[in-house]
Design a protein around this ligand. Structure first.
Ligand SMILES: Nc1nc2c(ncn2[C@@H]2O[C@H](COP(=O)(O)OP(=O)(O)OP(=O)(O)O)[C@@H](O)[C@H]2O)c(=O)[nH]1
Ligand SMILES: [Mg+2]
Length: 242
């Protein structure tokens, strides 16, 4: 898909950060290698106590393709992404990506996600559970929680998606413009399920691409019991939503 002025459509990678000081610079450098002219990265930092936001500003001043959105409080991934989506749309992005800043998602996969969205998908999901995908270095408990979440979601929502909780995604602009972002209230894994569910229900084409997910090496996980429990009660309720 090409714009009328002949350059590829613009993609913005939304990169939420909370205490990712060790990962941010290598991640931005890796993304610089794979992004095209005009593509941008939007770092969304929730006042990380380790100074990730300050570092992000320094890196943005040096790297022309980086913008930073500072938020005052940590409210979870969902609100951070929604703020990022709004900014990316306002800045004219045609494709909006979600990606973790801990190298669990391989920056080298970004062009494949973009290409699938430019071909014929409205939403592209990086998927661990389609043929060719997988998980590296994850313990049994994390594997079991992730698999159980997929089965649970399939039972209640029949999404037809193998990996509904993944956070490596690409949306076409029109999807985010169609969904009522103000009504999306999930904070954690449920956010990923909710956005994909609403996109499917609105008739958009959702495609899964195989990815290998690797456990983080630097920094610490923000995964919590509350995030899992939120998904447990929210998923059945999605069905009831008008
Ligand atoms: N801005 C912002 N970023 C967050 C928040 N929570 C997590 N993140 C970032 O979102 C990404 C994913 O969070 P992780 O802590 O890696 O959580 P996870 O990937 O679900 O869990 P692990 O697999 O255990 O790493 C990382 O880049 C985090 O820094 C938040 O509340 N606000
Ligand atoms: Mg992670």
């Amino acid at each position: 898909m090409w714009s009328i002025i002949g350059s590829p459509v613009r993609a913005t990678v939304c990169l939420p950060t909370y205490n990712e000081r060790a990962n941010l610079e290598p991640m931005l450098e890796a993304l610089q290698e794979v992004l095209r002219d005009g593509d941008r990265v939007l770092v969304i930092d929730d006042a990380s106590p380790d100074g990730t936001g300050v570092l992000a500003d320094e890196l943005a001043a040096r790297l022309g393709f980086v913008d930073v959105l500072h938020r005052e409080t940590k409210e979870g991934l969902g609100p951070a992404y929604l703020a990022g989506f709004r900014r990316a749309l306002a800045d004219g992005a045609e494709l909006v990506l979600e990606m973790d800043c801990d190298f669990s998602h391989d920056p080298a996969d970004v062009p494949r996600l973009i290409a699938a969205a430019e071909a014929d998908a409205d939403v592209v999901l990086g998927s661990r559970y389609v043929p060719g995908g997988g998980v590296r270095n994850w313990g049994l408990v994390r594997r079991a929680i992730s698999r159980a979440a997929s089965v649970y979601t399939a039972f209640f929502l029949q999404l037809g998606v193998k990996d509904p909780t993944g956070g490596f995604k690409c949306f076409r602009r029109r999807v985010l413009e169609t969904l009522d972002l103000d009504r999306i209230t999930s904070k954690g894994y449920a956010f990923q399920i909710e956005t994909t569910y609403l996109a499917k229900r609105a008739g958009f084409r959702v495609v899964e691409l195989p990815i290998t997910f690797a456990d983080r090496v630097e920094g610490s996980s923000k995964m919590s019991r509350a995030i899992v429990l939120e998904a447990v009660w929210r998923v059945p309720l999605l069905r009831l939503r008008a």
